[in-house]
Design a protein around this ligand. Structure first.
Ligand SMILES: Cc1ncc(COP(=O)(O)O)c(C=O)c1O
Length: 378
């Protein structure tokens, strides 16, 4: 890594994306999934816009409070919590918790008494670049039992949540989630529980990623928003106007407004074992110092020292600087043939899950520092 490699966040871009989201989903509470970008300046910027936080641990709750997010706008959205973590969050003042099991509900009753709980329903994750299936969420038919257990244990059964998988590319996933929510709200009401909110989770896509051939991925964002608006109206019609809605975007707010400034280590040409000639472009930043998602996400690359050199490009595998073969982008990307060691490279749309997934410095390549530009000064 060279001294000026870094991740640059554009606070005005992040704020603008947030404003657009609120325009598209009027009246919906936005809680930023802090895990996507645990950067104080970003949090502070969002907090000043009235955004809340979806926190995954007491450490994230502490960071959100430090950044000025009011307690009432922070929930503990991780269904995986130890007794100690629950008690810590409760001491910090958090009173809203996600759950998906009777065991977790009992722990909440013991360590966060009288808190509000919302039950996460599992989804298939189909259509997402990172499906968050299996590990989280109960079968929709089990939600009523879990929420009744919560009530008997002195907690307040408050809502339901879903997460359709991160970078969800289809509208069908949302339609399926609304169908599950509708069925579950009905089942829960039959058991005498009236819930006051539905948390639609994350999953809203970044707009700037490429596909494996370097072409724009082009997620159907407008159609997704239309499905969300229709789905929320349907749930209100069926289950009461009192239902409030929450979204927990991470990637959608920050991905396109972060750029990794990296450098070329070297462009090489050598033959594979089967004799195929192959270009490899090694960058100073890769999977272990900022671009962890390289196997799922294709970031567009920009080469400022070779503007408009479209004619003279070669297809290359792109990889990070470490001795790990997982530290490589999928697919082949067109890169300028004339790239030299030290040339600057801009890795676009790389603002989500970059700082948070960095290692302590695998192979001696230090985690990337970051800089924030723009934003009103507090
Ligand atoms: C509970 C929860 N909410 C929100 C998010 C944010 O998801 P995304 O970045 O797809 O918006 C995640 C991501 O893992 C999550 O686990």
């Amino acid at each position: 890594m060279t001294a000026d490699d870094r991740l640059v966040y554009d606070l005005d871009g992040i704020g603008g994306r947030c404003d657009e989201l609120r325009r598209e989903l009027p009246g919906v509470r936005v809680r930023f999934a802090l895990k996507a970008c645990p950067v104080d300046e970003v949090l502070g910027h969002l907090a000043r816009r009235g955004i809340g936080v979806d926190a995954a641990s007491p450490q994230e709750i502490t960071q959100a409070l430090r950044a000025g997010v009011p307690l009432g706008r922070i929930h503990y959205g991780n269904t995986v919590k130890s007794d100690r973590a629950i008690a810590h969050a409760h001491r910090l003042g958090v009173r809203d918790y996600a759950t998906d099991s009777v065991e977790d509900v009992r722990a909440l009753a013991a360590h966060a008494p009288r808190s509000r709980v919302f039950c996460r329903l599992s989804t298939t994750g189909d259509g997402a670049l990172w499906g968050l299936s299996e590990k989280f969420g109960c079968a929709p038919e089990d939600a009523a039992e879990i929420l009744l257990t919560a009530r008997e244990a002195g907690l307040v059964p408050a809502g339901l949540s879903v997460h359709v998988g991160s970078q969800q590319m289809t509208t069908e996933a949302w339609q399926d989630a609304f169908a599950d929510l509708d069925r579950t709200l009905t089942a829960v009401r039959r058991r005498g529980l009236v819930l006051d909110h539905v948390n639609l989770g994350g999953g809203l896509p970044a707009l700037g990623y490429a596909d494996r051939h370097g072409n724009p991925l082009d997620p159907p964002l407008d159609k997704i928003f239309a499905v969300l608006r229709d789905g929320m109206q349907y749930l209100r019609d069926m289950h009461g106007e009192h239902l409030a809605f929450v979204v927990e975007p991470g990637r959608h707010l920050v991905a396109d407004h972060g750029v990794v400034r990296a450098h070329v280590v070297r462009l090489t040409r050598r033959r594979d074992r089967d004799g195929t000639p192959r270009h490899w472009l090694y960058l100073s930043v890769g999977r272990f110092n900022g671009l962890y998602e390289t196997d799922a996400v294709q970031y567009p690359l920009d080469f400022p020292a070779h503007p408009g050199a479209d004619r003279d490009r070669v297809l290359a595998r792109v990889a990070g600087p470490t001795c790990d073969s997982d530290d490589a982008f999928p697919g082949l990307i067109r890169v300028p043939r004339g790239l030299a060691s030290g040339d600057p490279v801009r890795v676009l749309s790389s603002g989500a899950y970059a700082t948070s997934y960095m290692t302590r410095g695998f192979n001696g390549f230090a985690p990337l520092p970051h800089t924030c530009v723009g934003g009103e000064r507090p």
